[in-house]
Design a protein around this ligand. Structure first.
Ligand code: TYD
Ligand code: MG
Length: 450
């Protein structure tokens, strides 16, 4: 019998150590070290003792097949994937339970299975449940093979014989490898099973879509390990209470990251939103303090969203700074700049900032909108309803340009906004019909609006 070695890896940063400890010595996170089993080197290298069956290949000799991208039939999914699926790639789709991972994959397989052989492996649901979902989605005449199994060796054996072009594994946390002792879903299991799946995908040129559940703190179990192994990582975002769902690429070996696909969950499954510019704007007619519209840039297109702030006198020694849909540190920075460079004091105020519609803004163009929303609420002065803003705030109170300024302004004009406050470097060279642009260099100039 071969001897296996035990090692401990940190689920946060992926650092490994030979001994268990309460705190990771690399990232200082507590209670994140988990045991993994490493096969002895004799085991691992036994294949290499005989004749080598691999050889060096010159880059010029590598042939690329013409059909490099296969469309899933869902434009928004293809957009996030960078134009479609690549044969032999492994894609991880993560997200909260109930957000729509199984639904989107079944819809994608429905379209793919009309031209390619597809296999849906589920370790979570019964065959009846999958059938019921397909019925709900109106996909009854689907030519799709199903498998309920949780042993990864069995799954891959069957797949080897069945030879599907596309395989969905729902989910990586429910499958297990025989030789690993720990429970399904543990870092050790996830690591081992994912490694087997990746090897299988590369050897057989099968495209595998893995579903990964997200833990309470928002990461996929064994996050670093998994993200390193697969080619593409997509996250489903959005508030299950809202009907909109956003699919974001956080890693993509075959396309741009931070591309965003937008869907709406309906009673007949996920519907694509091809023109999302204004879906998150649903303001009433009344002008309210603390509300402003910004144009954000997601992936390759603009989107208009509303930012709300509420500033309220605090009874706490340490006033609250709460953000939803935007980075809390970013708000702290904005408040510090408002204080130092515009004389606006908020030390004794609780501040809440919210991005409406469950959207997450990850770019710095939100700074100016957040600052104006905070000041508007603090002064209790509403901003004009036809105003849009965007721009990054620098530490010395300067307003810095953001990417695709012109396109953002054009999009706002198209949706009927008539004034824009933008960074000076983003000001359009030629006037844009229907919108008056005020370009600002300093935060204080933007605050002249009050
Ligand atoms: P599901 O894809 O099962 O989520 P996940 O696999 O990410 O856990 O989606 C389940 C949710 O979606 C559930 O709350 C019901 C809802 N849903 C609809 O609203 N319409 C539909 O047509 C389907 C299939 C699901
Ligand atoms: Mg599911």
């Amino acid at each position: 019998m071969s001897k296996s070695k035990h090692n401990y890896v940190c689920t946060e940063c992926g650092a490994s150590s030979p001994k268990w400890a309460g705190q990771c010595s690399e990232c200082q996170a507590w209670n994140t070290l988990t045991e993994i089993v490493i096969k002895s080197s004799k085991d691992r290298f036994q294949n290499y003792s005989g004749e080598l069956d691999t050889a060096l290949v010159n880059l010029n000799q590598v042939e690329v097949t013409a059909e490099a991208r296969i469309k899933t039939g869902l434009d928004e999914l293809d957009r996030v994937l960078g134009g479609g699926l690549v044969a032999g790639s492994v894609i991880l789709i993560g997200g909260d339970p109930g957000i729509g991972k199984s639904t989107v994959l079944l819809q994608a397989l429905a379209s793919l299975s009309s031209t390619h052989k597809a296999l849906y492996v589920t370790g979570e649901e019964s065959l009846q449940q999958v059938k019921l979902r397909a019925q709900r989605l109106g996909l009854e005449q689907l030519n799709l093979n199903l498998l309920t199994e949780t042993n990864i060796e069995t799954i891959l054996d069957i797949a080897q014989k069945d030879k599907p072009a596309f395989m969905v594994l729902d989910s990586i946390q429910t499958v297990y490898a025989q030789e690993v002792q720990s429970a399904p879903g543990s870092v050790t299991q996830v690591r081992e099973t994912a490694a087997q799946v990746v090897r299988f995908a590369k050897q057989t040129n099968t495209t595998v879509l893995l579903v990964g559940h997200v833990t309470k703190d928002g990461t996929i179990a064994g996050p670093r390990v998994l993200e390193h192994m697969v080619d593409t990582v997509l996250y489903f975002e959005g508030d299950p209470d809202h009907k909109f769902r956003m699919l974001r690429a956080v890693k993509n070996r075959f396309g741009a990251v931070n591309e965003l696909g937008i869907f709406a969950m309906t009673d007949k499954g996920l519907k694509e939103i091809n023109n999302p510019s204004a879906i998150f704007l649903s303001r009433g007619d009344a002008k309210v303090p603390g509300s402003i519209v910004m144009v954000t840039w997601e992936g390759s297109r603009p989107m208009l969203i509303e930012i709300q702030a509420l500033v309220d006198e605090s009874n706490l020694g340490n006033p609250r700074r709460v953000t939803v849909g935007l980075d809390q540190n970013r708000l702290a920075l904005i408040l510090a700049v408002l204080n130092r460079h515009a004389g606006i004091f908020t030390h004794n105020q609780d501040i809440f900032v919210n991005v409406v519609g469950g959207v997450k803004v990850t770019e710095t163009g939100v700074d100016l909108a957040a600052a104006l929303a905070v000041v508007s609420s603090l002064k209790n002065k509403p901003l004009p309803k036809d105003l849009v803003v965007f721009g990054e705030i620098g530490l010395s109170g300067e307003i810095r340009p953001v990417q695709s300024g012109q396109d953002r302004i054009k999009e706002a004009a198209k949706l009927g906004f008539t004034t824009a406050i933008v960074p000076a470097a983003n000001a359009p060279k030629k006037p844009i019909a229907g919108i008056t642009v005020k370009s600002v260099q300093k935060l204080s100039e933007a605050l002249d609006i009050f």
